[in-house]
Design a protein around this ligand. Structure first.
Ligand SMILES: NC(=O)c1ccc[n+]([C@@H]2O[C@H](COP(=O)([O-])OP(=O)(O)OC[C@H]3O[C@@H](n4cnc5c(N)ncnc54)[C@H](OP(=O)(O)O)[C@@H]3O)[C@@H](O)[C@H]2O)c1
Length: 266
């Protein structure tokens, strides 16, 4: 049985990946949909033309991961595509951030993604693909989004190296690096703080990111960057010393805060 495994399928890009792949002809027998909230997963499952299985679980739970792995073994499944979308962000100054939310972010964005990738590999074969949701935040350290950006730099670095290791086996890894995407992500990320407002000008719909990511994965590209401003940002982060860019973002943030304060007064 050929399966697609998607984490973070209850919302945003994870859900869109399931919807887009459902319409593609891939020889897939079942979609395995993973997230903590079962209700949106069940709704998605009902909508899909393909058969699907819902796993209402926290990806940081070892016990749930063990059960998932056991289910794969019992169904003698081959994982054709693994999409690691589960993740969240915490904005604001590091020293003022909620410690548990911050550490939890590392556990979900980095540890669980690594654990799931490790556990899925024995169920993959030539032609299988892995799609990892990194972020353009992987290209440059981000003040007021420091741990999130560092977690995505981890995902990006890990995915690129893993892709090189697995290429000989015919398994291809794509690190997806979007800028801001219009999903519920910001409701969680902006709970205790904000980062540069300017970034939101480059916001794109999740469908665009997902379509590009699926195309890039099919074409065995190691990195997927969907919009022109984010490609330019990647180029800038490669060409200009990071110390200069970091100072620039701090100046810009001060300017934005001053304008916002002025507007509030007026
Ligand atoms: N939106 C953006 O601007 C943006 C930009 C670049 C990269 N990304 C990355 O893209 C990925 C998808 O984000 P999105 O924009 O689609 O955000 P989203 O709509 O908030 O989706 C996040 C998903 O992660 C799941 N999740 C979070 N913690 C989990 C846990 N402990 N166990 C299981 N599932 C968990 C959530 O489901 P439950 O709450 O039901 O568990 C949800 O389905 C994330 O890794 C994010 O960092 C987002």
């Amino acid at each position: 049985m050929n399966v697609v495994v998607i984490t973070g399928a209850s919302s945003g890009m994870g859900r869109v990946f399931a919807e887009k792949l459902d319409r593609a002809f891939l020889g897939i027998d079942q979609f395995w949909l993973i997230a903590r909230r079962e209700e949106p997963l069940n709704r998605l499952s009902e909508k899909l033309a393909h058969d699907s299985r819902v796993f209402g679980m926290d990806v940081t739970s070892r016990e749930s991961m063990d059960k998932l792995e056991k289910a794969l073994r019992q169904s003698r499944a081959t994982v054709r595509i693994l999409i690691n979308c589960a993740g969240y962000g915490v904005m604001g100054p590091f020293s003022q951030a909620d410690r548990e939310r911050t550490l939890g972010m590392i556990r979900v964005n980095c540890e669980a993604l690594t654990d799931l990738t490790y556990r899925m590999l024995p169920f993959m074969k030539k032609g299988s693909r892995i799609i990892q949701l990194a972020s353009s935040a992987a290209f440059l350290p981000q003040p007021d989004f420091a741990v999130y950006a560092a977690s995505k730099a981890y995902v990006h670095s890990f995915s690129r190296a893993l892709g090189e290791e697995l290429r000989q086996k015919g398994i291809y890894v794509t690190s997806v690096c979007p800028g801001p995407v219009d999903t519920p992500f910001f409701q969680t990320a902006e709970r205790d703080g904000s980062t540069l407002a300017l970034k939101k000008w480059t916001m794109v719909p999740p469908e665009r990111v997902v379509e590009q990511a699926l195309r890039d994965s099919r074409n065995r590209r190691p990195v997927s960057v969907c919009s022109l401003p984010i490609r330019a940002f990647r180029g800038l982060a490669k060409a200009v010393p990071h110390s200069l860019l970091l100072r620039g973002t701090t100046v810009l943030k001060h300017l934005e805060d001053a304008v916002a304060a002025n507007n509030r007064k007026g």
